[in-house]
Design a protein around this ligand. Structure first.
Ligand code: MG
Length: 165
């Protein structure tokens, strides 16, 4: 695979996140929410740095591109049934949105799964906004993706902290 396409994946993943209303700052705030109790003097810049590192991973970019693409197609009513209804109503038993997000959490090992489960239940910050079904937007995949990026960045941060001690 040529480097041009690798670059395009990262650029597009970052662009789409932004266009769908999610900034790296939003995700860094989720990392802060998850990790501030465990690290003294944790700065938002350090959280942001870990989010950036997670976004530079190909597996993560692939998950972002795939998930957001499906959200966008569902919003435009361009999917075939029954998938159109399943994704546009965020049907509870679908589960593929979570499976896709696991490919992000997986990048930094199993500690990320605990963080992911926790943040998915609590839905702080940007996650609450993405879950607001009254907006007419479809974020069935994006909410899980954003939670997973925050969980992965938290794991990365935790691993680094242990190594530094
Ligand atoms: Mg979802």
């Amino acid at each position: 695979m040529d480097s041009k396409r690798i670059n395009l994946s990262e650029q597009t993943a970052r662009k789409w996140l932004k266009e769908r209303g999610v900034t790296t700052q939003d995700i860094a705030e989720l990392v802060m929410y998850l990790q501030s109790a465990y690290h003294e003097n944790l700065s938002i810049d350090e959280c942001l740095h870990n989010v950036e590192r997670v976004l530079s991973k190909r597996e993560v970019q692939n998950a972002i591109l795939t998930g957001i693409q499906l959200d966008m197609l569902a919003e435009k009513k361009m999917l075939e049934e029954p998938l159109q209804s399943i994704i546009s109503t965020d049907e509870g038993l679908y589960g593929v949105d979570e499976i896709l997000a696991f490919s992000i959490v997986n990048v930094y090992g199993s500690i990320g799964f605990t963080n992911y489960g926790f943040i998915d239940k609590q839905k702080p910050g940007i996650l609450q906004k993405l879950n607001d079904k009254s907006s007419g937007e479809c974020h069935t995949f994006l909410d899980d993706i954003v939670g997973a990026i925050a969980a992965a960045a938290s794991s990365r941060l935790a691993h680094r902290a242990v190594n530094a001690e």
